[in-house]
Design a protein around this ligand. Structure first.
Ligand code: NAI
Ligand code: ENO
Length: 308
């Protein structure tokens, strides 16, 4: 038996994409949504992100058999706690947060009577808000599920089937391992992008208009990432502090080694390093994991705007 009544709390990029994808790929399933922001609720209705947009979170979850929290990492516990008595006891609770240890703990504390199985679709863009979602976001992307020990296996297999129906490839791992892996593959790259775009804009000898005018490929890619939602990314770094700091330490050591190679004119070290990293890029492309944006060959998106 699979889910038939899904409630989505938070109707931005992730919630909107889940709503559209569920309507497209899971006919027969009813999707109800709620967002704290009245303008987002109005836009969600206009775009048809869900079958129905409720006027309260309690109303949205009242008859659900799956509730997915799609709000910023720091808001998940706060959004869940008031719903303890409103979510049916047999309903599965999940989320899409970018870090997992802290969010899992927050959800378990907020909803101690419910089965909670956290998840993280590794699929997104720099855009946010109710105009950013599109149905094909998850197709061919990974969704990492981090089941707590001794979880409900029936509900776990239902959640796996749900994400597979939306087109994702599912992987199971512990929340701690998830956080370490994502710290280096997602969180640190965002921190580097935020840093370098800030550095370029703070220079005294290079004008802002020169930065914009001569922003060749590399810098442009960083500006895309650095345009990501400030609330969400503040919360990601604070909620995955330990793993991010561990990876940042390793990164700093490697950066210092390259800095030294440049200073002493050690071309072999630079060449060997760049050769190794080129091979990594090529293996990512071979696996078809090139880019998450909708205009990169998967076709059926409807919109990818930004609320900013
Ligand atoms: N942006 C991305 O590329 C990805 C984001 N995620 C995760 O998905 C979650 C949502 O991110 P996005 O959809 O990108 O953010 P978003 O900013 O597009 O949407 C979040 C929505 O949550 C609403 N909200 C905030 N607090 C609320 C509350 N207490 N109750 C109800 N609604 C509330 C906001 O009004 C907003 O519309 C985050 O936890 C993030 O870590 C996961 C994968 C990729
Ligand atoms: O836009 C990009 O390049 C991203 O990296 C999107 C993204 C952001 C956060 C996640 O947790 C997963 C994917």
């Amino acid at each position: 038996m699979s889910f038939s009544r899904i409630a989505i709390i938070g109707l931005g990029l992730q919630g909107g994409s889940i709503g559209l994808a569920a309507q497209q790929y899971l006919p027969g399933v009813t999707v109800t949504g709620f967002d704290l922001d009245p303008a987002t609720r109005a836009r969600a209705r206009e775009r048809g992100l869900c079958h129905a947009v409720a006027e309260s979170a309690e109303e949205a979850v009242a008859t659900a058999d799956l509730v997915i929290f799609c709000v910023p990492p720091g808001a998940i516990g706060k959004a869940a706690a008031p719903l303890r008595g409103a979510i049916p006891l047999e309903c599965l609770v999940s989320d899409v947060g970018s870090s997992k240890k802290r969010i899992s703990a927050d959800l378990a504390e907020a909803l101690p009577d419910h089965v909670v199985i956290p998840a993280h679709p590794v699929a997104g863009t720099e855009n946010s808000g109710p105009d950013a979602g599109f149905a094909s976001l998850f197709r061919g992307r990974w969704c990492i599920i981090t089941p707590p020990e001794a979880t409900d296996m029936v509900k776990l297999s239902q959640l796996v089937a749900f994400w597979e129906a939306l087109g994702a490839n599912v992987e199971l791992m512990s929340a701690a391992h998830h956080d370490l892996v994502l710290a280096v593959t997602s969180h640190l790259p965002h921190l580097i992008a935020y840093t370098i775009v800030g550095t370029a804009s703070d220079l005294e000898d290079v004008t802002q208009s020169e930065v914009i005018k001569y922003s060749a490929g590399g810098f442009r890619d960083f500006t895309r990432i650095a345009a990501s939602d400030p609330t969400m990314w503040r919360d990601v770094f604070l909620s995955n502090k330990e793993a991010v700091l561990t990876m940042l330490q390793r990164f700093t050591e490697d950066l210092t080694a390259l800095q030294r190679a440049i200073r002493v004119g050690d071309g072999d070290t630079l060449f060997e390093h760049f050769t190794r990293t080129r091979a990594i890029r090529r293996s990512i492309i071979e696996e078809g994991q090139d880019d998450a944006r909708p205009d990169f060959g998967r076709g059926d998106h409807e919109a990818a705007g930004t609320k900013a």
